[in-house]
Design a protein around this ligand. Structure first.
Ligand code: NAP
Ligand code: GCO
Length: 267
């Protein structure tokens, strides 16, 4: 019999990577309001401190860890420390990510690798560190933060799109390999969300007009607006909760309808 409690996260330990601010912070905050204990990491001490203070302002006692998600030894050590200090991780959100907007033929292999390292290799590294504990517990939830670029390309984001496309397939592979251990691995594909990562795409022009990309995205989104990080909170809580125990290998696009829409006829 259905019970609303299925959407709660009471007693669960959640790790959200790169969650000092932005999408990760919003998702972790919603998990806390749903009953979970929050762990998060950042690679910069000053950002970690800011994040802990920001959670405290919301009344959330978050556990912060200094860790670069591309460093496998550091990730293994962080997961072990969380296991000892807080408890075995029930919910992992691979949120940490970077983007470099450079035309492909101008992009160095080093820059390409740096983006893939954070956006694809790191979700592999962190998931690999967390899955054994989930198997021992008999359950687990992994949510990979994918992107419109898991499905679509555009100029200057070749590394990011390649990584996020790969992350979609890593999501499906974790589902395939560990679904039998009662681990559900799904993705969230945010549309265009107003965060520091997309701030350059929304900057006012010298004449005070809106950035052309800002106008483009609003016209391509049936909702007629940029997404807010709060738009991702409900979908994330759903995928982290028992309400989604038979949802596996799915990418849930939270995009205001962009992927469904061919676009308006130019006036
Ligand atoms: P953001 O504002 O740039 O925040 C990214 C977070 O990841 C920051 O906390 C950053 O920490 C952390 N991070 C980056 N590299 C790291 C590393 N090596 N180790 C640990 N932490 C690291 O980005 P966002 O807009 O919130 O995006 C979060 C996720 O959503 C990303 O995966 C992004 O690709 C994805 N996404 C964003 C949008 C959007 O429109 N904003 C849409 C679709 C998907 P620092 O402070 O150290 O840099
Ligand atoms: C870009 C944007 C996008 C968003 C997001 C869309 O330059 O096109 O940064 O990539 O970050 O991934 O879903």
């Amino acid at each position: 019999m259905f019970d609303q409690k299925e959407f709660r996260l009471d007693g669960k330990v959640a790790l959200v990577t790169g969650a000092s601010y932005g999408i990760g912070f919003a998702i972790a905050s919603a998990f806390a309001k749903s009953g979970a204990t929050i762990c998060f990491n950042d690679r910069k001490p000053e950002m970690l401190a800011k994040g802990i203070a920001a959670y405290k302002e919301l009344g959330i006692e978050a556990h912060g860890y200094l860790c670069d998600v591309t460093d496998e030894a550091a990730v293994q050590a962080m997961v072990k420390q969380i296991d000892e200090e807080v408890g075995t991780i029930d919910i992992l959100v691979n949120n940490a990510g970077i983007i470099k907007r450079i035309p492909m033929c101008d992009m160095s292999a080093e820059d390409f690798r740096a983006v893939v390292d954070v956006d694809l290799n790191a979700p592999f590294i962190v998931s690999k560190a967390v899955i054994p504990g989930m198997i021992k517990k008999g359950h687990g939830k992994i949510i990979n933060i994918c992107s419109m670029m898991s499905e679509l390309g555009r100029e200057t984001v070749s590394a990011y799109a390649a990584a996020k496309g790969g992350l979609k397939m890593l999501t499906r592979n974790i589902c395939s390999e560990y679904g039998g251990a009662n681990i559900q691995c799904n993705g969230i594909g945010p549309g265009y969300i107003a965060t520091p990562q997309t701030a350059p795409l929304r900057e006012k022009q010298p004449d005070g007009s809106r950035h052309p990309f800002d106008q483009f995205i609003v016209s391509k989104t049936p909702a007629g607006r940029w997404g807010d990080t709060s738009d991702l909170q409900g979908p994330a809580v759903f995928l982290a909760s028992d309400a989604s125990n038979f949802v596996n290998g799915h990418i849930l696009y939270v995009d205001g309808g962009i992927l469904a829409y061919i676009g308006k006829q130019p006036e």
